[in-house]
Write a protein that binds this ligand. Sequence first.
Ligand code: DGT
Ligand code: CA
Ligand code: CA
Ligand code: ZN
Length: 583
Amino acid sequence: MDNPTMARLLAETADLLEIDGGDGFRIRSYRRAAEAAEQTTLDLTALTATAPSTARLLQIPGIGKGMAANLQAIAASGTLPLREELLAKYGAGLLELLKLPGMGPKTVALLWSAAQIAGIDQLAEAIETGRLAGLPRMGEKQIEKLRKGIDDYRRSAGRFRIDVAEEAAQRIAAYLLAFPGIERVTPAGSLRRGRETVGDLDLLVTGPACAPGHTAAVVEYVAAYPGIHDMIARGENKVSFHLSDGLQVDVRLLPSASYGAALQYFTGSKAHNVALRQRALKMGYTLSEWALGRLDDSSTVAAATEEEIYAALGMDWIPPELRENLGEIEAAARHALPRLIETADLRGDLHMHTTATDGHNSIREMAEAALACGYRYIAITDHSKNLAMTNGLDEKRALEQIQSIREVDRQMEGRIRVLTGIEVDILADGALDLDDEVLAQMEVVIASVHTRFEQSREEMTTRVLRAIENPYVRILGHPTGRLLLRREPFSLDLGEALRRAAELGVALEHNAAPERLDLNDRDLRLAKELGCRIVINSDSHDSRNLGKMDYGIRQLRRAWLGPEDVLNTLGPEDFLAALRPRP
Ligand code: DGT
Ligand code: CA
Ligand code: CA
Ligand code: ZN
């Protein structure tokens, strides 16, 4: 079992204990152990296996004798007796309730004891029948929030963030590649197309071990993957299972000779495949997951690689991110596909936080990490004072921060430019959180909405428009405020905001943090059509996240953007010149 799964089981046990009214000390010890399991770089399952390494378990801060025994129990049985006991008492529905925004163990305990609510369906029903009103801490506003939370949850249930899917795919691929005779493991489906969320994981596997009729040993090995929660189906060429977070994985074993055809088929999208098959038929071919063949004598035309298949259909190879039947087939046939942006095209990152607010590293550490990414410039953009919980900067601290950034910029001696900046809050009425005199001294002013997401569409649109009218604003940060699978975008006339931003020369951010990824692919296409300037930023709160632009880059590629469409592919001078001019 992997560490994140262990961490989740421990954290769930802590939540269940708290719902059960358990001892505070005990609850905290489970929480600490969960954090330790999340943080450690050691393989906990391996350490639980033998006696001397149990001693090493005890050296991990947050793991005592009792927790070491718990970790051993989890590794051996896949769960914890205490967790099972509590689940038997309350039901698994409580864990689901905890996933609603604003819902903690205390509220869940209250709903359970006062209204016998043990799951999301029961909560929804209690809201509809008015049974919730009158309970302590259940005002009209709170109930409305719960109702919306349930809607959002139901809409996103069953999908997983791209980073969650990607990391699961990498772990499984590493496991599979250890088997003799497995040569390639490729994620297909929506993950290969770079979609921001995936429904399930499609892994294609090939090599001599996958020869038809001789797959029994590989199937056995796949089915023994330690991360499997439950098996769905197990055949000669396909093994399907759930991971413990609920993500479904379809592993397909394929002969090398038809790997390209399978990759093409299982990458999709369905709409792309349907259109491609029609084109094949018109040319006298049939296209299947096994091969591109001739209609008349069913002999194979191409099967081993995607390139051969697309070429036989008179087309250039199509990057998976474009395969949504949105014009890519025609463009590939005309040999007119755009050159899409790549992570290596980026020269700078304009959005990051430091220990001055809610980041984990100093300005200097961020600059060094950015240098290691090969960047030529960065902007340090901490939060402003309205975000009190992040220790946001007021005017005085913002001015001090400018001095600190300049000092680091000098220390870096031209190896990388460190630009002064701020992520200034857009207040509820559209005013900015810091005085213009301070903003005037910053090179990169990003304005972002972080509060009052519930405003009406009119209010929010007026608010954002007013903010970008401020002449010091050069970038609009994470323009829709969504958190994938957790919080819907706020209500905003985005077209209006994009049009005005284009007129003013305010750049739109694509926030590459995998929980945000806004503007999304469709909005980015619109932004390009409207002539907006676009930047992509990591929004790093940790130097280890600098350079993690891939998930965002894949959204830009899905929007057909090339390097020329994105400002921070430019060198430092050209980049600054391309931003909205400062007053
Ligand atoms: P997801 O999993 O919902 O995020 O989206 P996909 O695109 O990964 O969909 P999935 O896993 O159902 O299927 C993977 C690919 O297999 C899909 O993109 C195209 C191909 N495929 C599946 N079913 C069909 C089908 O009925 N017809 C065609 N032409 N292709 C299909
Ligand atoms: Ca899929
Ligand atoms: Ca699938
Ligand atoms: Zn922000």
